[in-house]
Each structure stands twice: as structure tokens, then as C-alpha cells.
Design a protein around this ligand. Structure first.
Ligand code: 2HG
Ligand code: ZN
Length: 487
């Protein structure tokens, strides 16, 4: 099916010298980058899959400057590509190759505006690095639970704009579930300031949800009020060998029902990822003496320090071992051991880069369908390209699998990557058959925009286009991203 025709929104035009001069005057010399060498890092994603060209990179110092920039761009028809830590994987923060768009980096809006411990909230600006927010929460004996491998670099504005997931979704939900209030600059420069820390507010539409996961196509998130949770007093982290994905899902059910809500992470991986990590990431060690086909990294956390959590985990693993759901397990007995277990998991993306081309699928299916998905998707890809090395891992506790496929050893990288679309379509068709989603947590960006036509409900797409046109009639906000049929 081809995308519906563009209904003639005005295309973004190259900025005139006069517009560029006005934009430069808004941000001043410290917020303006125009020379090629300094712009390059804002124009490409780390994997090199998306490489664009910007007319200029603007680094505003505050929300007032963001507002002035958008007012100018809206009046002059200049397209704006908002960007956070540039750790995305779908080309959402990368300008097109036309050189007509400006990149709007939010990195200088990096203040923590306040923390209300009694209300369990923190108010942060879009450019705050995720790890800095976690640390600020921890220093007030609180937890900000959004956690993902890029947390030392990614920025909260990007996390919210892509509705990031990560390892804590099972217990705490996605980024959109962690937001109580937002400050957003609209396409025409108006500032919508709704930085309330309320858990109950039934005064009509929940407008903030429109901007969460919208990848900057409806407005630019400049600040947010985020939920905090009690800090954990005791943590149990287990690296568990299981005979199959079916056993893993059965173990998940037991972990959830027997742990009184303390199961915070449940990450599944096949052995190949562990081999890749051990081969390429210095300082990593295999936690178990023997090799097994599948593993889960499970973490439990509790506010209680009485040892009950440890006892519960021991009982759970013992019974699962007796019942054949678990083959072997290592439980971290120190913070250093815990970190070593998580390092294995967090290094998986990096380790795959050393094994040549990788065709990625960030997909979700109902948790109950994870084993069937893994078996069928593996068979499908192995039949399509004999010798491919399936690297399936991810957040099985919430049904999100990173089904990445590494090229056969010694194969030509470009020839393998040329199969990307064919393989994506086959895997995504299977995901659709299993009532899943073709983008679980990495977003849509440029990569999956046109795939939405094939997989997303027609009425849903019509509503998305209606929203886009009404919030951004001149199509200046991240054009060509997320919403198919509006260019
Ligand atoms: C993770 O869970 C990230 O580690 C990246 O979402 C997944 O490499 C990937 O495809
Ligand atoms: Zn992930």
C-alpha cells in the first residue's frame, strides 16, 4: 500500500540570510553553530544510518529563546529539528539532507528547577541528562525509575519526546507514565506552561500526552514535572539460565505473583549476545560456569531491609529449579557483582557493532506471545539468509524484544544491509499477526514513518494527521518524521 498523497502543505524553504541573522541574534554567539566541522555531530546518528545536513545548529539558553526561535521559523517557513542527546535509533532528531532545516539542540536547557520530596516530584528542563536526574532523585532518597543503556548521554526531553522505555517499564511504565506536567513551545512560539505536579486533574483532555512520544512534531518539550518513587533499600539481582523462552515467561509469572510487586526488571537474552559481549567488551565475565541457550536478568527491589526480599528470591529460584524452569542461577551478593551483571546487559548494543551489519527490530508482542514470536521470527530470518546470527534480547517482562539480526560471519556488510527492508517487512508482518507493535520503545522517526501506513489503523493515521495540521499548520516541526503523508 502506498502512502496517501500529501495534501499540499507548504514545504519548508531554505532560510534566507535575513532569517538566519534574526535567529543568530536570538541565541547570540554562544548558542549558534554554523561551521561544518562543529555541526557534523548534530547531523548524524551514531550508527551512521541517518546522515543529514543542517542550515545551522541553534543552542538556546532558555525557554524564552526557544519561543522566539519558533515564532521566527513559523513566520519564515523554516523547518526545525529538535534534538536532545542524539542517542536515538530511528533518525527522529536528524535533519534531512537538504541543508534547509535548523537543528534545535536543547542541551543548554539543563537546569533541575526543583524537587518536591513530599510530593514525590522533580521539575527538570529538557536538556538534563537522564543520569543527572536519577542522581538528583537519589540524593533526596528518591528514585527516578526511567533507566536505559544510554542514560549517561541521553536527555530527558528526548526521552519524553520518544516515550522511552528501558529496563524499568515492567514496574514503573514508559516515560509517558512518569510525567505529571509539561512545558511546551508550540509551532507559533506560544509557551504552554503546565508544570503542575498533580496526580489527579480531570479538567478535560490530557494534553501533555499529545507531546509525549510525538518526537517534536507537535511542539517542543522544554521542561517537565516527573514522578519520583521511594528509593530501594534492598535489591536482589539474579542472572538465571532457563531452558527456553517458554520457561522464562512461566518464571516471569511466578516472579510477579510471588514478589508482591517487587519485580522491577526482567530481561531476556539468548546466549549469542553474552558471547558477543564477552568477546568485545573488556572487563566482562560469564557469571555461570556452563553455557546455556537462554538467560534472564531479573531484579527485585524493596524498601524493606529485613531480609525478606532475599528469602523470597531464594524460595522462588529453588522451586523453579526443582520444576525445571531454571537450570542455574547467580545472585549478586555485592553492588560490584550487581553492576557486573548489568554491564553484560547494557553492553549488548555496543557488542553487536563489532560483528558487522545488524538489521534491528524494536518490536513488542503480548508477553504471552513472546516465545512464539522468537521461534517464528528466528526461523523466518534464518530461511531468508542462511548463516545469519539472530540476536534476540530485551525487555521480555513487558513484551518488548530487540530482535536484531547480525550478518553471517564473513559476509559483505552492504549486501546484507541491502536486505534490511525485506527482512523488516517479514518480521513486522509476523509482529502484526501476533497483535504486536513495530515500534516498541525507539520511536518512529524517519525509519518507520512509512511503515505506519502498512501497520497502523487507518483511522488512527487520520487522527494523527488532523492533530499535526492543527498544531503545526506550516509543517515546520520536524517535518517528514512520524506522520506519513505530510511532507
Ligand atoms: C536496549 O534495550 C536498547 O539495550 C537498544 O533499547 C537495543 O541495540 C538495540 O537494538
Ligand atoms: Zn531496549
Amino acid at each position: 500500500m502506498s502512502p496517501p498523497p500529501d495534501d499540499a502543505r507548504p514545504a519548508a524553504t531554505p532560510p534566507s540570510h535575513a532569517s538566519l541573522a534574526r535567529l543568530r541574534a536570538i541565541v547570540g554567539p554562544s548558542g549558534w553553530i554554523e561551521n561544518r566541522a562543529d555541526m557534523v555531530r548534530f547531523e548524524k546518528e551514531e550508527r551512521g544510518l541517518f546522515v543529514g545536513r543542517a542550515a545551522a545548529v541553534l543552542r538556546p539558553a532558555d525557554v524564552a529563546q526557544v519561543s522566539e526561535i519558533l515564532a521566527e521559523c513559523n513566520a519564515s517557513g523554516i523547518a526545525v529539528v529538535p534534538q536532545g542527546g542524539n542517542t536515538g535509533l530511528v533518525g527522529g532528531g536528524i535533519p534531512h539532507a537538504t541543508g534547509t532545516e535548523i537543528v534545535l539542540s536543547l542541551q543548554r536547557l539543563n537546569k533541575i528547577r526543583g524537587l518536591d520530596a513530599a510530593n514525590d516530584t522533580i521539575t527538570v528542563e529538557a536538556g538534563c541528562v537522564l543520569a543527572d536526574i536519577q542522581n538528583a532523585a537519589a540524593s533526596s532518597d528518591r528514585l527516578f525509575p526511567l533507566s536505559l543503556a544510554a542514560e549517561g548521554t541521553c536527555q530527558i526531553g528526548g526521552n519524553l519526546s520518544t516515550n522511552a522505555g528501558g529496563i524499568g517499564v515492567l514496574r514503573y511504565g514508559m516515560a509517558r507514565d512518569l510525567v505529571l506536567g509539561l512545558e511546551v513551545v508550540l509551532a507559533d512560539g506560544r509557551i504552554w506552561s503546565s508544570l503542575k505536579g498533580l496526580r489527579k486533574d480531570n479538567t478535560g483532555y490530557d494534553l501533555k500526552q499529545l507531546f509525549l512520544g510525538a518526537e517534536g512534531t507537535l511542539g517542543i518539550v522544554t521542561a517537565a514535572v516527573l514522578k519520583l518513587f521511594p528509593a530501594a533499600r534492598e535489591t536482589q539481582t539474579c542472572f538465571v539460565a532457563v531452558p527456553s523462552p517458554d520457561a522464562a515467561i512461566e518464571l516471569l509469572q511466578r516472579a510477579k505473583s510471588q514478589s508482591g510487586g517487587s519485580c522491577v526488571a526482567f530481561e531476556l537474552t539468548q546466549r549469542r549476545l553474552i558471547d558477543f559481549v564477552l568477546a568485545h567488551i573488556p572487563g566482562t565475565v560469564d557469571p555461570l560456569a556452563e553455557k546455556h541457550a537462554w538467560y534472564v536478568l531479573i531484579e527485585f527491589a524493596s524498601g524493606d531491609i529485613g531480609g525478606a526480599l532475599k528469602d523470597m528470591v531464594e524460595r522462588l529460584l529453588e522451586r523453579a529449579l526443582e520444576d525445571g524452569l531454571v537450570l542455574d542461577a547467580a545472585v549478586a551478593s555485592s553492588d560490584a557483582q550487581r553492576k557486573a551483571l548489568w554491564k553484560l546487559r547494557e553492553s549488548m548494543t555496543e557488542a553487536q557493532k563489532h560483528e558487522g551489519g545488524s538489521i534491528k527490530h524494536d518490536v513488542s508482542v503480548p508477553v504471552s506471545a513472546v516465545p512464539a514470536f522468537l521461534a517464528r521470527a528466528t526461523a523466518l530470518c534464518e530461511a531468508m539468509v542462511p548463516g545469519v546470527r539472530v540476536c534476540a534480547f530485551g525487555h521480555a517482562g513487558d513484551g518488548n524484544i530487540h530482535f536484531n539480526v547480525s550478518q553471517p560471519q564473513g559476509a559483505d556488510r552492504d549486501a546484507f544491509m541491502a536486505l534490511r527492508h525485506t527482512m523488516n517487512d517479514a518480521v513486522h508482518d509476523l509482529v502484526a499477526e501476533l497483535s504486536g507493535s513495530i515500534s516498541a520503545e525507539h520511536g518512529v522517526g524517519q525509519l518507520k514513518r512509512d511503515d505506519l501506513v502498512r501497520y497502523k489503523d487507518r483511522v488512527a493515521l487520520e487522527m494523527m494527521r488532523t492533530l499535526k495540521r492543527s498544531f503545526d499548520p506550516n509543517n515546520i516541526l520536524n517535518p517528514g518524521k512520524v506522520v506519513p503523508g505530510i511532507d
